[in-house]
Design a protein around this ligand. Structure first.
Ligand SMILES: [Zn+2]
Length: 122
């Protein structure tokens, strides 16, 4: 099974605000169940406490990304290092459109972006 990010379940939390486990990273009631996305590369995270599931990208700068996780993270890292859109596109192989979208999405949430890169780092 191809797995792009390999991020452990302990990095996720339940996004259902009505759930007792809401926002608790590594609460222990979560597990991966199935995939979503065009090529089934985005894992679904299921919460035992409230019996809901959501994409592993929910609430992150990668939520609407069409790129594979490793490439999306690479794009974000290059942008964070100050690479322009053209350079980032060349270095990561992502289209300039895709890079622009990530830049726009990440622009207003620098802090979030930082947390995310930490979470997605190997
Ligand atoms: Zn829950």
């Amino acid at each position: 099974m191809a797995e792009a990010s390999g991020l452990g379940i302990e990095h996720f939390f339940c996004h259902n605000s009505a759930c007792p486990e809401h926002g608790k990273r590594g609460a222990g009631d979560l597990y991966f169940r199935g995939f979503s996305g065009r090529d089934k590369r985005i894992r679904m995270v299921y919460c035992r406490a409230c019996k809901r599931s959501c994409s592993e990208r929910k609430g992150t700068a990668l939520e609407r990304s069409q790129l594979p996780t490793d490439k999306a993270v690479s794009v974000l890292e290059h942008l964070r290092e100050g690479c322009g859109i053209r350079a980032t596109s060349r270095l990561t192989g992502a289209s300039r459109d895709a890079v622009s979208r990530h830049l726009a999405k990440a622009g207003g949430q620098a802090k979030l972006l930082h947390d995310e890169l930490v979470a997605f780092s190997p």
